[in-house]
Every structure is written in structure tokens, then in C-alpha cells.
Design a protein around this ligand. Structure first.
Ligand code: AMP
Length: 188
């Protein structure tokens, strides 16, 4: 079954790869960052609540994020599989995801960990900032987001390591090559 997570530092290419892999596997790619950005653009109450955290490169509070993910995973198109991109992002969210999936009678099957070194990440994020003008892409905020990843997100990997669910994939190189590597890793 394809109930998958993709985890990795900002700039590792999670969003790009998630869209490709989900397309290939015919499952929805669910990106919490994209859902937040859409809500900010549409100036919804959720968007207004999330904006200041995102602009500063901090995590949006779990209470907001968890409810959003709970609602999304209950939708029909996620019933037979999904690729979650950007969630969980701390150990409390891991516990919450376990709970949500338990209620749905589901389990995570594999966790993809995209690896890339720090200098490469900063360079890529600065490039993307210039192209897309994301408000959370100034150099200072980028560095802060990398720190938030190290401090809050990286520790959750040990949980999935203990469950033997993690497949590490090198995120460097051509986009197509990374996609191929991920699809290979998923067969294991
Ligand atoms: P991303 O596009 O995944 O890099 O997410 C962009 C921003 O959205 C992050 O820097 C956070 O501010 C926020 N965000 C995305 N996912 C989460 C999450 N699971 N928990 C808290 N904040 C999140």
C-alpha cells in the first residue's frame, strides 16, 4: 500500500519530487506548506493565522496544523494512499499522525528521507527565492528554517528509524535522477 511520507530539509526538493512520485503512483501529494500558502493567498482565517509563523520561518502551531491534516487525510482521494510532504515536522506531530491513522485504520508504509548538504540547500533556496519570491525565502529566514529543521524535525527521524520505515535517498543531481532513485527505494 502507498501511504508514504517524504521528509528532508528545506530545499532538498521534497515538493518537486512529491508531485512526481504521487503522479506516478496515482495518489495525492499532500503538502502542508502548499495548503498554508493557498490559504494565505486566499486570505482565509487559517491563512491569516499561519502567515506570521511562515514568514518568520517558524512552524505553525500544532493545534492548527494537526486539524488541517486530519481533515485532509479523511478526504476520499486519500483513502487508498497518499504522499505526505512536510508533515509530520516534530515529534508531537508524529504522535498525532499515528492517532489520525489509527482512527482511519491505516498505517504509514514507508518514509522517504531526502538527503542534501547544507551549502547546497542554502544555494538552492536562494535561487528559488529569486525565481518565486516566496516571502519565507530571504537568506536570514532560510537559515532559520534550516535550524528549525535540525532542532525540531530531524529528531523525529529516530522514531521512524526504530520502526524500520526509512529509505534514504540522495537528493543531489538532476531532478529525473532523484525521481528514479526514489522509485527504486520504494520497491525495497
Ligand atoms: P514547506 O513548503 O514544507 O517548506 O513549508 C513552508 C512553511 O509552512 C514552513 O516553514 C512552516 O512555517 C509551515 N509548515 C509546513 N508544514 C508544517 C508543519 N507540518 N507544521 C508546522 N508548520 C508547517
Amino acid at each position: 500500500m502507498n501511504r508514504l511520507l517524504i521528509i528532508g530539509p528545506p530545499g532538498a526538493g521534497k515538493g518537486t519530487q512529491a508531485a512526481r512520485i504521487a503522479d506516478k503512483l496515482n495518489i495525492p501529494a499532500i503538502s502542508t506548506g502548499d495548503i498554508f500558502r493557498k490559504n494565505i493567498k486566499e486570505e482565509t482565517p487559517l491563512g491569516k493565522e499561519a502567515k506570521s509563523y511562515i514568514d518568520a520561518g517558524n512552524l505553525v502551531p500544532d493545534s492548527v496544523t494537526n486539524n488541517m491534516v486530519r481533515a485532509r487525510l479523511a478526504e476520499e482521494d486519500a483513502r487508498d494512499g497518499f504522499l505526505l510532504d512536510g508533515y509530520p515536522r516534530n515529534t508531537a506531530q508524529v504522535a498525532e499522525l499515528d492517532e489520525i491513522l489509527k482512527e482511519l485504520g491505516q498505517e504509514i508504509d514507508q518514509v522517504l528521507l531526502l538527503i542534501a548538504d547544507n551549502d547546497e540547500l542554502v544555494e538552492r533556496l536562494l535561487g528559488r527565492a529569486a525565481e518565486q519570491g516566496r516571502t519565507d525565502d530571504t537568506e536570514e529566514v532560510i537559515r532559520h528554517r534550516l535550524k528549525v529543521y535540525e532542532e525540531q524535525t530531524a529528531p523525529l527521524l529516530s522514531v521512524y528509524r526504530e520502526r524500520a520505515l526509512i529509505q534514504e535517498v540522495d537528493g543531489l543531481g538532476e531532478i529525473d535522477d532523484v525521481t528514479t532513485r526514489i522509485l527504486e527505494a520504494l520497491k525495497k
